[in-house]
Ligand binder design. Sequence first.
Ligand code: GPV
Length: 835
Amino acid sequence: VKSVEASIPEPQREAWKKHQVEGFTDKDGFEKEVVRHVETTLARSLFNCDEGAAYSATSLAFRDRLITEWNRTQQRQTTADTKRVYYLSLEFLMGRALDNAMLNVGLKDVARGGIDDLGFRIEDIIEQEHDAALGNGGLGRLAACFLDSLASLNYPAWGYGLRYRYGIFKQEIINGYQVEVPDYWLDFNPWEFPRHDVTVDIQFYGNVRKSQDENGKTVAHWEGGEIVTAVAYDMPIPGYATPSTNNLRLWSSKASSGEFDFQKFNNGDYESSVADQQRAETISAVLYPNDNLDRGKELRLKQQYFWVAASLYDIVRRFKKSKRAWREFPDQVAIQLNDTHPTLAVVELQRILVDIEGLEWDEAWNIVTSTFGYTNHTVLPEALEKWPVGLMQHLLPRHLQIIYDINLFFLQTVEKKFPNDREMLTSVSIIEESQPKMVRMAYLAIVGSHKVNGVAELHSDLIQTTIFKDFVKIFGADKFTNVTNGITPRRWLHQANPRLSELIASKTGGHEFLKDLTQLNKLELSIDDDAFRKEWAEIKYANKVRLTKYIKKTLDVTVNPAALFDVQVKRIHEYKRQQLNIFGVIHRYLALKAMSPEERKKQLPRVSIFGGKAAPGYWMAKQIIHLINNVGAVVNKDPDIGDLLKVIYLEDYNVSKAEMIVPASDLSEHISTAGTEASGTSNMKFVLNGGLIIGTCDGANIEITREIGQENIFLFGTLSEDVEDLRHAHTYGSHTVDSDLNKVFDTIQSGTFGEPNDFGAMVAAVRDHGDFYLVSDDFQSYIDTQKMVDTEYRNQDEWVRKCIRSVARMGFFSSDRCINEYAEGIWNVEPLVVK
Ligand code: GPV
């Protein structure tokens, strides 16, 4: 334990202690804070306080509370002098903060009463908040769940990211097409604390000069170029039912005061000096909207270095305050790389240690590799980051030299272990000898880390046997591990589905399950309790009614809440196979049309619900959205069909909408081509909310099946070990398309769903271009499995039992379990228990 330096001398501290802010604890105190914020912070009054102002004031009242705990948490960590975790992620898909803060602090009921007294409804206030949408999909949402678990489990941890001015775009559907609208979300964000005193100057471009020091050692000097300043913005992250409040630090770019060209300014060239300013601010302006795709844009590389350099400067500055020796750095600091986006951190730390702190290369490299861990989130080749050597040389000349040196020393060790194996050397080299040469970021991340993990068992096996297999030979199997993803039950059960959470609490002995999700297993003891099952079913129905009203309000389509709700919401991607789903829907439509009215009456009504964004440049994904909407336009107004089939496209799927959609699902679709979805995490959310899954043997579906039992999941399709042979056969053998699927294609091409040419490429991808995603191979088993779903759904009593059993067995998929595995197996950090 060490003493903390305080800026206020001892004799004056009494005054501070006397006035320490404690924050409200009851309704009256809460109301007082809200009124104070309305009247002073917002300069409004009871004469002009709308729901927006009430939301802002409520949030500020909670923010004040959080920041008191945040300060104490930081001080506790500094005093205890323990190891901290730093989670570096270019995406944090946080969603809304207010409801989460109220629940985690345990004062939602207090706030409900207070808001009521002041003339508003808490639900309306919560709805005012704009999602913090600083991410694309699963990768960014995983980072957000991890922050919740880190705080809830009392780990000393910080998240580091970028404060984008524009988050992921808003999606509008116009005439069936996706249109992107910028998401400007920072007008007034009550959850962030600008730290104008916490800044870091970041260098770009320039050149490297080498000199000799007094001992004849060569020293590199990175000189010239331009400077951009990083400003810290902090967001408090409250843990659930604990005072621990961690920090998410997001960097914003601005022109450095030195950079603002006063020469130009004084010469009257005001416009160009403002242009420089704007160029600097561009770095943190926008989140790249690609999911599972690397587009290699220069500005993206600038974002990566800007964020990584600012974060490392901050981490190193904090370490240096402890006055420890450098070799102790890995005992104080664990840094996790969320995918390869922050891999330059490996190079930057080596640069700091060698060029600035004067350590020897080997000692520095030991520190670096002991500090970092790398999580891989995909095997898709188009998502693996590579940067042209020329671009790196231009933007970060010293870093490129260091990468070459890292590669040289690495290849020397490979050469020793595998003498005369030239193929091995070229295959594992961090530099790809292509035209142009490229830096392979995943390889750099592996070489620079002490642990590499995948995010579900199948995925971790696949990376070890395919894309990284040579690295397993070189480093040994111990360096590679699996940490199956998880989700936070606070947001994804307690917050999204409060009635179910209360029912579970009543059957498992209180809200303990929110801290230890394995407690859910107690639910199985109540499975024969008729009243319990009845209430369970009623809650699901009420959640479906809520979604039904939302569909009516936003799309003016009437759906029957008693129908089976079949949901696929996620980013639109060929590998996730929304096209298989919509082809299946068309097949169902054709089957219904072919029936006699009597026969139709015997069919089970179904609502097929889709949602998700396509990357703006992903043409095929946009065509898929278009087809789904066109099918909906025809089916939804077909008088032969009525309630039997409705096709819904929910606009602008995001975290807050997921909180409404997930609890309303009977069946959700996780139907990626086997071996392509690293884990998936919405599969876990749907099951936890009492919905069943139709899915392939892919990602975490496999472990969900193992946990809940194969009788409780609808699995179908090709296994990952057979995918390669089928693809080979498509390309080199004769490829015949499933006959039912061909009928679907013929219907599309007959113009039933609008201009056939619009969907020509989608059809041709299966019929003529090798069907890379095996849509035809899996079509029949998909249709057959959907038939089984219909049959089983008719037996509601058994269906509800399956749902309850599944929920009871989902304990493993908490992000708390996941974070504990990282802490023990990768970070070697321990919780800091609060007395
Ligand atoms: I790489 N993932 C993502 O959302 N965006 C990306 O750019 C990449 C991966 C996802 C995977 O696709 C999911 O299977 C996985 O569950 C998620 O990352 C979290 O690990």
